[in-house]
Design a protein around this ligand. Structure first.
Ligand code: HEC
Length: 140
């Protein structure tokens, strides 16, 4: 029964989702990306690049999903930490999201040959979070 519910929600288009569902799902994806990023860091530091790359690709895909989870009617409520400026500068916001996604793919080809794993992860993964949060997410 539970899996049936999940299937139904999973196949709903964004247009059919309630404001609450959209805000909750974008929060859940950001939280997931945070834990995935920490795993990418740990795996890369241990030299487990194959698994790290799989997770990089997953994060890249999550950013693309997030592009569709900021419709006009989801600017407030349900504890959203998104700032109104997102919708005033939707193109800049979207290009930052797209760039964050693209950088995760670049990372898959750079990480193994990197002389400084931490610096490479900072440049291509962690800096994206800060660049966006400092402008588009409420202080938390
Ligand atoms: C292009 C913009 C953008 C990028 C890139 C981005 N975030 Fe965020 N993040 C947001 C916004 C906007 C919110 C607020 C979402 C809401 O509450 O509606 C958020 C919320 C979060 C949250 C809170 C989720 C919750 O449950 O309320 C976490 C954790 C988070 N981000 C982690 C990260 C990490 C880690 C990265 C980088 C690996 C990252 N984000 C990259 C824009 C971004």
């Amino acid at each position: 029964m539970l899996s049936l519910c999940i299937t139904v929600v999973g196949t709903k288009s964004v247009a059919d989702q309630s404001v609450e569902e959209i805000i909750k799902s974008r929060k859940a994806i950001f939280s997931k990306n945070y834990s995935t990023a920490k795993r990418v860091q740990a795996l890369s530091s241990n030299g487990d690049f194959d698994k790290a790359k799989e997770l990089m690709i997953e994060m890249s895909g999550n950013y693309k999903t997030l592009l569709g989870l900021f419709p006009e009617n989801t600017q407030e409520g349900f504890k959203t930490e998104s700032l109104p400026i997102i919708w005033l500068e939707k193109d800049s916001f979207n290009s930052l999201m797209q760039k964050s996604s693209d950088n995760m793919i670049k990372l898959t080809s750079l990480i193994e040959d990197s002389d400084d794993i931490r610096a490479t992860l900072r440049e291509f993964m962690w800096s994206s979070c800060k660049a966006c949060h400092s402008k588009y997410r409420m202080p938390h």
